[in-house]
Design a protein around this ligand. Structure first.
Ligand code: SF4
Length: 459
């Protein structure tokens, strides 16, 4: 009998009959995930109803052509405050529910710059985390006395930051529901969290009902309310109006919300506000993406707090911005402020001038204000604190959210624990005593280092 087998398509054709076989997968990861989840279901009291077949379906979708790195993202939890660029950060304990890309595809994104160079960005799209791994960690710490490298951090209930190298509230989560499952887990284990997102999905009913205003602070990034430019610069994000309406809904439902104008893009070239010799006649035309006036619009939606962080850009991001908008922002930067060939920064004085103007707008509008120093050097953590409405916390969640009343933060994690969680062994150990100082005392560890921590870059 004539028989044709097409192994690439898994089709067997007999005369008059065509049989489609299950596609073969070379190394089925999903089998292992489903097996682990079954074991956990027997052991843990957490009432998990997540459909782990999701991973099998995803794997089958690719058949023989599995994406590079597989169908799951493998680093669900990270502690990144050993690097000199973020040792003062209070929320350096992170969970990303997706990795190897982000559908928002912001042209200035540092994760995009890093992962594009390694050939991983959105190829073919962001991959979900194996949520059973996160469940296993929480189960081990809170339901057993077994050894876990995360016990130190979790038992202190150091708030976890959701969304760093990828946005956990991309619309694709409606299909994969991994972020939904994470929220259920955090609620079950009564674990505090801070959400960084650029998506209104966070306030859709099926997400809102999973969020607990006593456990979480929601931070929405809005670099601009100019949606014409947003479409070019953040092509995959929901427009600013949608994000503001989502915030309004969150506020009405009792959540503590912050708008991160981070990155805040410069409007004029460096020196415009602070250099008495600045030549205004021959400067390039203003870049009207971020603006001081956007504070008025943001506050009209009832948001309680605004955080600003002046943009720093890589050469890759500058090229991407030029491609998207036709504007070459390199002309805005001064050679003497370049920290290295990759990083373009504004001068400290000029950054301060921007913060003072945003701060004044916040006071006018009766909204709180803080700044984020990440990316611009540790000196900004100390010298801009006088502008903060909440001196205890640059992210302004402490004392604003019930579970953040008197929390231990990633800043309280001992140095030895930090070192267990890093591959960046670039630092000298610090005196343990110093790690428990109030915000007013510097913990400067590595001077003059303003490189970018690849783990702590995007949202
Ligand atoms: S900046 Fe954030 S939201 Fe934008 S692409 Fe990067 S990870 Fe996604």
């Amino acid at each position: 009998m004539d028989k044709t087998v097409d192994t690439s398509e898994n089709i067997v054709t007999l005369p008059g009959v065509k049989l489609e076989l299950e596609p073969k997968i070379p190394t089925p990861k999903s089998d292992k995930i489903i097996e682990n989840a079954k074991k956990l279901k027997k052991l843990s009291k957490y009432p998990c109803d997540f459909d782990f077949e999701t991973y099998r379906k995803l794997e089958l979708r690719f058949g023989h052509e599995q994406p590079r790195g597989g169908i799951t993202f493998n680093t669900p939890l990270k502690l990144v405050n050993s690097h000199s660029t973020c040792q003062q950060c209070l929320y350096a304990f992170e969970i990303d529910t997706y990795g190897r890309g982000c559908t928002h595809d912001c042209v200035y994104c540092y994760a995009k710059a890093e992962l594009t160079a390694h050939g991983y960005w959105n190829r073919p799209f962001p991959m979900p985390v194996d949520i059973s791994q996160i469940w296993k960690i929480f189960y081990t710490v809170f339901e057993t006395d077994k050894k876990s490298k995360w016990r130190d951090v979790l038992e202190k209930r150091v708030p976890v930051r959701i969304g760093s190298m990828s946005d956990s509230f991309m619309y694709m989560d409606k299909k994969y529901k991994v972020t939904q499952e994470l929220l259920k887990l955090l609620n079950y284990y009564n674990y505090p969290y801070i959400i960084f997102t650029r998506s209104d999905l966070v306030a859709h009913d099926d997400y809102l009902e999973l969020l607990n205003p006593d456990l979480c602070s929601v931070q929405m990034s809005i670099a601009s309310t100019n949606d014409e430019l947003n479409r070019m610069i953040e092509p995959g994000t929901p427009n600013a109006k949608k994000r503001l309406k989502a915030l309004q809904k969150l506020v009405r439902n009792g959540f503590w919300t912050t708008v991160r104008i981070n990155p805040f893009f410069p409007i004029y070239p460096d020196g415009y506000f602070t250099d008495p010799n600045f030549d205004k006649d021959s400067m390039p035309k203003p870049f009207n993406f971020s603006s001081f006036e956007m504070v008025d619009e943001i506050t009209s939606y009832g948001v309680q707090s605004i955080l600003a962080g002046m943009v720093r850009l890589s050469g890759f991001s500058l090229n991407q911005i030029e491609k998207a908008t036709g504007r070459n922002l390199r002309k805005f930067y001064r050679e003497d402020n370049k920290k290295n060939s990759r990083d373009f920064h504004y001068s400290d004085k000029e950054i301060r001038a921007y913060y003072e103007r945003i701060h004044a707008k916040c006071i006018q509008n009766g909204v709180q204000f803080t700044t984020c120093y990440i990316g611009n050097g540790e000196n900004h953590f100390w010298k801009d604190q006088d502008l903060w409405s909440n001196k205890k916390d640059c992210c302004n969640a402490i004392s604003r959210v019930k579970a953040f009343k008197n929390p231990k933060t990633s800043r309280d994690i001992p140095w030895q624990t930090r070192m267990k969680h890093t591959s960046h062994k670039c630092l000298t150990p610090v005196d343990e005593m110093n790690l428990h100082t109030p915000l007013e005392k510097p913990l400067l560890i590595e001077k003059n280092s303003i490189s970018i921590n690849p783990d702590f870059t995007s949202i």
